[in-house]
Design a protein. Structure first.
Length: 127
């Protein structure tokens, strides 16, 4: 029950973010859910790797890595950007990222990364 409650709270906290992204979509036609290579075209680690097809970007700020079974080592190019764990706020390097994926797999939860320098509209008021 606690996981459901936390998911609903997160949805309402990010409501301003989603409104902003859907407004941008109405102007540009670029969807809010997209493959990571669209945001990082020079990052060749996103091309041609079967495991890379399972994760996606929400807007330009979030990388979502779904729980699809035991994770394999994920390689992100940390030369173009830094990434943070959304839940802990910890900055990740390649080793910490793969440790996070294994921990999230064991906890059966979604991994959510934030691109460093992102501005995310956020609401703490839940009604």
């Amino acid at each position: 029950m606690n996981k459901i409650r936390n998911s609903v709270r997160l949805k309402y906290k990010l409501l301003l973010y989603f409104y902003t992204k859907f407004f941008e979509y109405s102007l540009t036609g670029i969807p809010i859910c997209k493959p990571p290579w669209l945001r990082f075209p020079g990052n060749y680690k996103f091309y041609g790797d079967v495991e890379s097809y399972s994760h996606m970007m929400i807007g330009d700020e979030f990388i979502v890595i779904p729980y699809l079974g035991k994770p394999k080592a994920l390689k992100l190019d940390f030369k173009h950007s830094d990434f943070y764990d959304f839940n802990s706020g910890q900055i990740l390097d390649e080793k910490l990222l793969n440790d996070l994926l294994i921990k999230d797999y064991e906890d059966k939860k979604l991994s959510l990364l934030v691109v460093a320098g992102s501005v995310i509209p956020w609401s703490e008021h839940l009604g």
